[in-house]
Design a protein around this ligand. Structure first.
Ligand SMILES: [Zn+2]
Length: 301
């Protein structure tokens, strides 16, 4: 079994800067694989049009260390992913080559900020890539190998789930609406009901997202969380002097996963903040509708 490296100094510093006591400092490190194109002025495509995977893809090693599964996100160096618009097929072909699959073996969620989770089968492959995505869900689960479940993010929280016992996975896109609607818990429940997973066996990781020190929201969001998170609203919402609040979305999701039965030590939260990081996509910082990170998880064949 692969072993994760200890957190780098930068990761520790960012975690400390974000001041989030609910974070477990991630042992994530960049495991680089794939072709290495020469960097051009755009910083990503080589002279042969290859993607520099070292710059573009970071693997979630806490998940990958647990079994035959691949979990990753792309950085701002490779942000060709559209949110709900037509997919850039070339980018998904390149991604597919990296993971030795075709675009018809990738599913991209429609991203509509629901709390719904859909069971994905091989025949759903290509949804959101080579044909219009089915709508109405922001989370996916499967126990089928060789199908890549993808979400697209810029500040929202990607949640990776893997049960090494039942060999089932989940991929969740959680903004505040999905979180308030317990989408992460719905994904765990789905894995329980569909694949017989036990929550205590599931390993989870939160990908890069806007941290609790940067996510300024209005008071009205507190009402949105009052129904399902009333017991922790005073923890996840911090009042600011300007009348706004700071919302700690990763902390809420972490709480949500524990409530779903996951073991605290099996939840890895990436403390890297998209808003503060220079090499990740942040809607709040850049307001660039074309800049998105792709997050994905796939059971290996
Ligand atoms: Zn931050």
């Amino acid at each position: 079994m692969k072993r994760g490296l200890p957190p780098c100094e930068k990761t520790k510093r960012i975690a400390a800067d974000c001041g989030n006591p609910l974070f477990v400092i991630s042992r994530k490190y960049e495991l680089f694989t794939g072709t290495k194109g020469m960097m051009d002025t755009k910083g990503i495509k080589g002279d042969k049009g290859q993607v520099n995977m070292k710059e573009a893809i970071r693997h979630i090693t806490e998940i990958e260390a647990c079994g035959p599964v691949q979990a990753f996100y792309t950085t701002a160096a490779w942000n060709d992913w559209q949110c709900n618009e037509k997919a850039d097929l070339k980018a998904y072909e390149e991604l597919g080559r990296h993971f030795m699959i075709t675009p018809s073996e990738i599913v991209r969620i429609p991203q509509t900020h629901t709390a719904e989770v859909r069971k994905i089968k091989k025949e759903d492959g290509g949804d959101g890539i080579i044909r219009k995505a089915k709508e109405g869900y922001d989370g996916m689960i499967t126990d089928e190998k060789g199908i890549l479940l993808c979400t697209v993010e810029a500040d929202c929280v990607p949640v990776y789930l893997y049960d090494p016992v039942k060999n089932a996975i989940g991929m969740v896109h959680s903004g505040w609406r999905g979180c308030a609607g317990k989408i992460a818990e719905h994904a765990v429940e789905g894995m329980q009901n569909r694949y017989g997973c036990r929550p205590e066996d599931i390993v989870a990781a939160l990908g890069p997202c806007i941290c609790g020190s940067c996510y300024e929201v209005g008071e009205e969001l507190i009402d949105g969380f009052a129904g399902n998170f009333s017991e922790i609203t005073s923890v996840i919402f911090k009042p600011k002097e300007n009348g706004k609040y700071l919302l700690d979305l990763p902390a809420a999701i972490r709480y949500s996963l524990i409530r779903a039965g996951l073991t605290e030590g099996k939840i890895f939260a990436d403390p890297v903040c998209t808003f503060e990081s220079g090499d990740l996509c942040s809607w709040r910082r850049d307001h660039d509708p074309a800049a998105r990170m792709l997050t994905g998880i796939m059971l290996s064949e």
